[in-house]
Design a protein around this ligand. Structure first.
Ligand code: AHG
Ligand code: MN
Ligand code: MN
Length: 346
């Protein structure tokens, strides 16, 4: 029997407004827009194979429009959903060079929230029918309400996030988010098009047996990471661990949060600052990790304490079960020279 008697995301958002003293409903409307955009992107992701086949004939679809790459499409959907509704005052996206000011139809916009987004995470997986995701992060602007947003509204420490979350377009589609009161996961029921609270109060197990890293880059890794990987593979206590790497941060994180594990994307000699983006990927995942009892660091210090200096900044990322991240940090601490990645040229 199909279970449809679970709290919907819409109901959950309304119930949780009580956490905010003076709520104007603006934050709830923002989450509702994300929910809507997620459903639209989900619809396209789920037929990606079909679209590719149709598009192969001449690279135009049935309406004569050019085929778009799904990450560009996902970006457009999230941008338009927010911009047209004037639900935030600014957006920054991994797919856009600059942040976008949402002006408002009357030329004024009294909204206080900015959003940062990785519209399609794990995009190299899309052509091979493997799970991808969307990551979002929400802050209150720091500049004056009613004026155009400025770069400093986006370059805030992760610790200032009001909410963060992801959508995983997997065997089922889930939206997982936190607004600073724990992490809750909602599964899309495709038959009726609504998200239902299927994973209340998600928590990272304190320990785990899974490590997720692109080990093909081993020779390029810093010594601390190499030593930690050898530790993971050693036959001792409850090791060796299991290696699992999807190549889609959202999916690797989601699995590790449920089963217990660590995700690592360190610096390397070919990517001296790491690969992942502080604002669109690491901060939101760090907020979720901490809210779920896990931990996120750059190998040395807390991700959410890093003061961003540019929109598309990269950082190394160690994230997951608290005991596993702390063990990796022990190995990194033996090589303090690798902590200065931020000063290197990338
Ligand atoms: P994106 O698709 O948004 O560019 O992100 C891909 C990221 C992340 O999701 C994934 O874990 C990592 O890049 C994979 O990188 P490698 O292929 O270098 O392992
Ligand atoms: Mn990404
Ligand atoms: Mn992306």
């Amino acid at each position: 029997m199909e279970e449809i008697n679970l709290t919907t995301l819409g109901e959950f958002i309304i119930e949780n407004q009580k956490h905010y003293k003076s709520t104007s409903g603006e934050f709830s409307r923002l989450l509702s827009s994300i929910k809507l955009a997620a459903k639209i992107v989900n619809h396209s992701v789920s037929k990606a194979g079909l679209v590719d086949i149709l598009g192969a004939a001449g690279d135009t679809n049935i309406q004569g429009e050019d085929q778009q790459k799904l990450d560009v499409y996902a970006n457009d959907v999230f941008m338009k959903t927010l911009v047209n509704r004037e639900i935030a005052c600014g957006i920054a996206s991994e797919e856009e060079d600059e942040f976008v000011v949402i002006k408002g139809k009357q030329g004024t916009n009294e909204n206080k929230y900015v959003m940062l987004i990785d519209p399609l995470d794990g995009s190299s997986n899309i052509d091979v029918n493997v799970s991808v995701g969307t990551i979002f992060s929400i802050y209150k602007r720091v500049t004056k309400i009613g004026t155009p947003v400025q770069i400093e509204d986006f370059l805030q420490c992760g610790s200032q996030q009001v909410a963060a979350g992801y959508v995983v377009y997997g065997t089922s589609t889930m939206l997982v988010y936190t607004s600073g009161h724990g992490v809750n996961g909602f599964t899309l029921n495709p038959a009726i098009g609504s998200f239902h609270l299927s994973h209340p109060n998600m928590m990272f197990p304190k320990d785990g047996k899974i490590y997720s890293i692109n080990e093909g880059n081993y020779v390029h890794f810093p010594q601390g990471v190499k030593d930690y990987l050898k530790y993971c593979q050693e036959e001792k206590d409850n090791r060796p661990y299991t290696s699992r790497y999807i190549g889609s941060l959202v999916s690797d994180f989601h699995r590790n949060m449920i089963k217990g594990g660590i995700y690592l994307y360190p610096t390397s000699s070919i990517g001296p600052k790491g690969k992942l983006r502080l604002l669109y990927e690491c901060n939101p995942m760090a907020f979720l990790a901490e809210q779920a009892g896990g931990k996120a660091s750059d190998g040395y210090k807390r991700i959410m304490d890093i003061k961003p200096t540019e929109l598309h900044q990269r950082v190394p990322f160690f994230c997951g079960s608290v005991n596993m991240v702390e063990k990796a940090e022990e190995f990194m601490a033996k090589h303090p020279e690798d902590a200065n990645y931020a000063s290197l040229d990338s």
